[in-house]
Design a protein around this ligand. Sequence first.
Ligand code: 5AD
Ligand code: SF4
Length: 468
Amino acid sequence: MKTYRIITFGCQMNEHDSEVISGMLTQRGYMEAAETAGDPDIIIINTCSIRENADKRFFGTLGQLKKIKARNPDFVVCVCGCMMQQEHITTRIRRSYPWVDVIFGTHNIHEFPDMLQELYDNRAKAAASEPVNAGVSYAVAKHEIRSSRETRVDRIYDDAEEIVEGLPAKRLYRHKSFVNIMFGCNNFCAYCIVPYTRGREKSRCPEDILSEVRSLVADGVKEVTLLGQNVNSYKGEDRSGKQWDFTDLIYALSDIEGLERIRFMTSHPKDLSDKLIEAFAKCDKLCNYIHLPVQAGSSDVLKRMNRKYSREKYLEIVRKLRETVPDIAVSTDIIVGFPGETEEDFQQTLQLAEEVRYDSAFTFLYSPRPGTPAAEYEDQIPEMVKHERFNRLVETMNTISAEKNAAYVGRTCRVLVDGPDKKARGMLNGRTEEFKLVDFEGPEEITGQMVDVEITGSNTFSLRGKLK
Ligand code: 5AD
Ligand code: SF4
């Protein structure tokens, strides 16, 4: 039995794609290699393009794999994910990384098991025609890896024609799962590569989503996270031709017996409807938590980012959310040092953060992505300035997060138990409805259960508690 290991970079969408890759490989009889088991037979790197850092880490990892190939010419290296949707990247891999065996993109994940089989067939054919190389055409010669180009299987599509349903997924947790509801993005924020790597928006048919969630629930899932780049613009059409928006889908999902929690990721402020805000109040299963990326606090920067809302509009949405659900937890994404950002603009971001008082925030240094409009803007911000602003922002955000968390001390929260803590023995981790991470002592057997935990302490990123 051949073993595989997947290295995943990037967002939940990629994590879930890796679960699908894993599901398909398991179905075909491959076995996931344990972390400790040494080199697997196959490595798959699922890449991310969102910032330059992710690109760099990928090429670093790829460089290291060359050593394994030198030890073991049967080793298989597969690369996929967002980076493969960019021509300049695949050109570089094709030219300079001869030890890569399979290249596929974000639109043909379902083809991967067949592509892998094709690779093994190509190798067998090459071996038969080239007996000199004692095996296959990429054999090691003079400590140098000869090209695997003759056997390489390489297929990328610009966009998906239709959504492929029914792919298996090997989930990380038994009690919770990601569920894709839509793919792609039409927003073209000026800094973002995603619309180029994930193609145009496509929504899954509501019945397909409902039946997937029903079977997940039958398999022990209590919580689903609905995934899409911009879930608020979900536009599903059912088999009778009826149109469904995102909120319709949430209500229908909440009728599924046994499902206890519904979350979603990510929503764009420009499409956040009053109907959805109302659903937070009306639908018990919809968690009191929203990730609502603001990106910047200055209307001027937002305009140049092509975000299609102003600072005022964003604050208005948050006000409405809090009016409807006073205890809703809110998190965000913020980019620091977008081209042309002045100190004044940045101050507005700090002020907005203070005003909203986010429970948590993901803060990013602006990273120019080749092919996006903002990468061509002339007024790029010097790295030093970006870093200095970034540090100030993180400090502000952390102070607020710590204060927000401290307010939980003394409360009793419903926690879905994720399992034993990776480091501290005897400790468990779980999440509250507000997506707060809670550490508490308890038996491993309650993993996957909903329990009451009294919050006894807090810090910037998590809560501590006592099982009731
Ligand atoms: N530079 C920095 N951050 C970025 N993001 C997207 N593109 C870039 C970029 N070029 C951030 C946004 C988005 C999150 C997923 O990544 O904040 O919401
Ligand atoms: Fe990127 Fe904007 Fe689409 Fe989000 S909404 S994926 S930031 S283009």
